[in-house]
Design a protein. Structure first.
Ligand code: KG4
Length: 340
């Protein structure tokens, strides 16, 4: 018998629902929230209200596009955390209510594991390359920067992670500081493609092991821009492409140095990336270049799987479901990974 899983994702500012049948994607609907743009960042209170408005239409649309009736579902998988608590509460409560009314199992998913397991979503008419175990995943988003060793679909080992800001935060905060807009990653990525990445240098951190730090490089950019603007108030406007290209290169160098180190230490040559920042064109290019140089087999997610989506929650849910995991109805969401 087939396993048909409905995935629900509401950890930040995207309301998403997806249906997966035995690992094959039938639908993946995402409602993004425009309301945050004018605030230069996600406003948690507004995010939960928007989830509350979106959740019913998004789930119904996912079922309709999949050609699946609610009664056909085998189980419901939802993001338990990490994320914004108010946002997570909407998806969690909806998933619980739906599982209860259909009398089907509920499965909880760690959002970060979802990003890693997005590599295993199978799509019709696609190549569907999948990493073999064990593999390394560079997980880079607005909330996390980690190198994860993935031993099996349910066995993850964090080899290194940021001790302060996430790399996505560095993109977002610096874009805001430069007056470029939000979210900063895609804007800096676009401007960087028109600039000279060797023009300016920013201080790189010296952190032992496989951990990361991004707060120093952010401060380095801040002081650099402040000093240059004191000499020439138009400095930023005249040089924004080169600043973005140089800053982006610095962030990618930091990410890649530790990824290369992790691959050497573990001897693992299967390497993938995931999370919002994995959409970055410079990072994708560098992962492929390093991969060719070092004999890695690399896996880059499709753009639609780099940002938050429920397809990754549904596929992760399928693995958990098949491993016999079930979630009680008195489960509550958690905002931090340490609480998982
Ligand atoms: O995974 P995600 O959608 O949300 C969470 O943080 O969970 O990641 C969002 C982050 C933001 O910081 C955004 O600026 C960044 O991903 N991002 C990018 C790009 N697209 C999105 N960063 C760099 N380059 C991009 N093209």
């Amino acid at each position: 018998m087939s396993d048909i899983i409905l995935g629900i994702e509401s950890s930040c500012d995207d309301t998403s629902a997806a249906v997966i049948k035995d690992g094959w994607l039938l639908s993946n609907v995402i409602a993004s929230q425009e309301v945050h743009k004018s605030f230069g960042g996600v406003v948690p209170e507004l995010a939960s209200r928007a989830h509350e408005l979106n959740i019913v239409p998004v789930v119904s649309e996912a079922l309709t596009r999949a050609g699946v009736k609610a009664e056909d579902l085998t189980a419901i998988a939802f993001t338990r955390g990490p994320g914004l608590l108010g946002s997570l509460l909407v998806g969690t409560s909806f998933a619980k209510a739906m599982a209860l009314s259909l009398n089907i199992p509920l499965v909880m998913v760690n959002h970060l594991q979802g990003h890693v397991l997005a590599n295993f979503v199978k799509q019709y008419d696609k190549e569907n390359r999948q990493p073999s175990f064990p593999f390394l995943c560079l997980l880079v988003s607005g909330g996390n920067s980690q190198i994860v060793r993935v031993n099996s679909p349910l066995e993850f080992e964090i080899l290194g992670q940021t001790i302060d800001d996430a790399v996505g935060e560095a993109f977002d905060k610096c874009s805001k500081m430069m007056g470029l807009g939000y979210p900063g990653g895609p804007i800096i990525d676009r401007l960087a493609s028109q600039g000279n990445s060797d023009r300016f240098k920013f201080a790189k951190p010296h952190i032992p092991g496989l951990d990361y730090s991004f707060s120093g490089v952010k401060t380095s950019l801040l002081y650099f821009v402040r000093d240059e603007m004191a000499k020439d108030p138009d400095f930023m406007e005249k040089n924004k492409e080169d600043i973005c290209a140089s800053f982006q290169k610095c962030l990618i160098d930091i990410l890649m140095d530790k990824l290369v180190k992790a691959a050497k230490q573990t001897g693992i040559k299967e390497v993938c990336i995931g999370g919002g920042v994995s959409a970055n064109s410079g990072l994708r290019r560098r992962v492929e270049e390093e991969g060719k140089k070092r004999g890695w087999t690399t896996y880059l997610p499709e753009f639609k799987f780099t940002t938050d989506n429920a397809a990754m929650i549904a596929i992760a849910g399928l693995f958990h479901y098949r491993a016999g995991e079930r979630c009680p109805l008195d489960i509550a969401p958690v905002s931090r990974i340490a609480d998982f």
